[in-house]
Design a protein around this ligand. Structure first.
Ligand code: ATP
Ligand code: MG
Length: 254
């Protein structure tokens, strides 16, 4: 056994926190996911990058139990995740969905409260709310404002905050950059790094914005029409010519 294998062996033996195995999802005749497998280890940020229609949101909604899978397994800490969405959240996985999907006629505070439904203890909810307010002070300033009247960036912060209110062990993020100005995207992604570092939060993010997602994450998978076609360390993928050409807008981009 050489030194390299000795070094990597313990990592391979580590049980992933979230494990997607051979996941398939069909919408009628459309095969949206064709046997997708990926692992997310505790404390990691893992990105799935892919173009429009690659199956990124399908992957997220299938993990959350919002659509029926036609095959495969999803394990959290080695145990199968429940099938129903509210049970998935209670088990420790929550999603900040594509397009935020906030409760527009409810206030910021009420949206956050809704996210805390798996928590039974009032003090625990209050404590979690203050963590979220610490991460996103703007949400505290706007606690009484209707979610529908927030700016796009604030709405995204609220969607992430609402997902965090359930005290997840894994946070799923579906395109948090969608429709936001570059400066706001930078702010949100800085916050995601902080959430990972300060809370030790494990994150699985799907993004069309490959550059931002690869800059943020430790490891990444490339999803192409329902199949994982490449995986690796994010910093290696960032400098991979194929990725650069297909997902980073060619050599001149950034
Ligand atoms: N409810 C649905 N019924 C039928 N087909 C669907 C449905 N939802 C998604 N699809 C199809 O499944 C494929 C994957 O869609 P999905 O929304 O998962 O892609 P995506 O990678 O999230 O795309 P985007 O970057 O545009 O958000 C696409 O071909 C899409 O048209
Ligand atoms: Mg999507």
């Amino acid at each position: 056994m050489n030194e390299e294998t000795a070094y990597y062996e313990p990592l391979q033996q580590q049980r992933p926190l979230l494990s997607v195995k051979n996941l398939s999802v069909n919408y009628g005749a459309i095969k949206a996911l064709k046997g997708v497998s990926l692992d997310v280890n505790s404390g990691e940020i893992v990105a799935v990058i892919g173009a429009n229609g690659a199956g990124k949101s399908t992957l997220m909604t299938a993990i959350m139990g919002d659509i029926r899978r036609s095959g495969g397994q999803i394990l959290l800490n080695g145990l199968p995740l429940p099938e129903r969405s509210y049970q998935v959240v209670s088990a420790g996985v929550s999603l900040s969905p594509e397009g935020r999907k906030l409760f527009a006629p409810l206030t910021v505070y009420e949206n956050l409260e809704m996210g805390a439904f798996p928590l039974k203890d009032k003090n625990e909810i209050r404590e979690q709310m203050s963590h979220v307010y610490e991460l996103f002070p703007r949400l505290e300033e706007r606690a009484g404002q209707y979610a529908g009247t927030l700016s796009g960036g604030e709405q995204q912060m609220l969607a992430i905050g609402r997902a965090l209110m359930a005290k997840p062990s894994v946070l799923l993020l579906d395109e948090p950059s969608l429709g936001l100005a570059p400066i706001i995207i930078t702010e949100i992604f800085k916050e995601l790094t902080a959430i990972n570092k300060t809370l030790g939060m494990t994150i699985l993010i799907v993004e069309q914005n490959a550059n931002k997602a690869l800059m943020l994450s430790h490891r990444a998978y490339v999803l192409q029409t329902g199949t994982i076609v490449m995986e690796g360390r994010s910093k290696d993928l960032l400098s991979n010519p194929e990725i650069e050409e297909a997902y980073l807008g060619g050599k001149k981009h950034q």
